[in-house]
Design a protein around this ligand. Sequence first.
Ligand code: A3P
Length: 300
Amino acid sequence: MEQDTVDKALDDAFFKHKGIYFETSLTSLEAIDAIEDMEIRESDVFLVTYPKSGTIWTQQILSLIFNEGHRNGTEHIDNINRMPWIEYNLNNMDFNIRPSPRLFTTHLPYYLMPRDLRSKMPKMIYVSRNPKDNLVSFYHFYKIKPDIKCTISWEKFIEIFISGKVLGGSWFDHLRGWYTHKEDFNILFVTYEEMKQDLRSAVKKICKFVDKNLDEKAIDTVVERATFKNMKEDPVANYRFMSNDVLDHSKGESLRKGIVGDWKNHMTVAQSEMFDKVYQEKMGDLPIKFLWDLNEENAS
Ligand code: A3P
């Protein structure tokens, strides 16, 4: 019964194109196909994530690194305008007239990205998150998406996450695809957990990769303004600026909990063991290691 209701609600909210689910109300098949021909500049910077891996966190970090006016508070431009998603161009921007360096965000798999990335080799940053926490974050996110017109149980959500019937497609395929094609791109891999463990080092690593030589005071500002607590109150970063058609703020927040290990509050031992088995089967051959816990239950 739940199966039918959920499948219908998901079919109403999403369309599937080339193996990936997209939000019907926010993009179109034609827009996705046009991305292949997008004009690329060597100076572009792309943030690539699977949904709920720390996208808006890294948007805030990159925006602060690149924009002095963001760091010193003289400009009040929200992060979606600083770093638009290429597959969800919500403000109908003309990307061609944006000044360099252009910053972009995407959840696309490697094979749907602009063709010229492989020749122009702009800088790309891929942020991943341990999939159990990713799943938990996604489960809560679906509750604040008004176009998903049903309640999905936790058990059912685990099922659809593993099968990849979620926005952005399969977590496993997304990371595997980008990781095994990393030589085709100029890409830096960063994890959510390393940002949580040592944000300052992560910010410095990103600065080095994007060739931005910020002094220590500027680094301090980036770190300070990218903490969970400060981002939650920051109107350019907390995504409360999104309209209620896109995110129902009365049901929850984009900046929900921001910790490593919240999966322990959701998964039963049996669910966790089942997930470990699936993870091992699908990812065991890759040299990727995640941190699954940081003992920070009470962190803010
Ligand atoms: P939780 O739902 O676990 O809290 P995305 O931006 O890709 O949608 O990811 C959202 C997740 O990143 C949410 O996780 C959110 O709280 C977390 N996040 C956003 N900013 C953060 C920050 N500054 N520090 C830690 N986590 C952050």
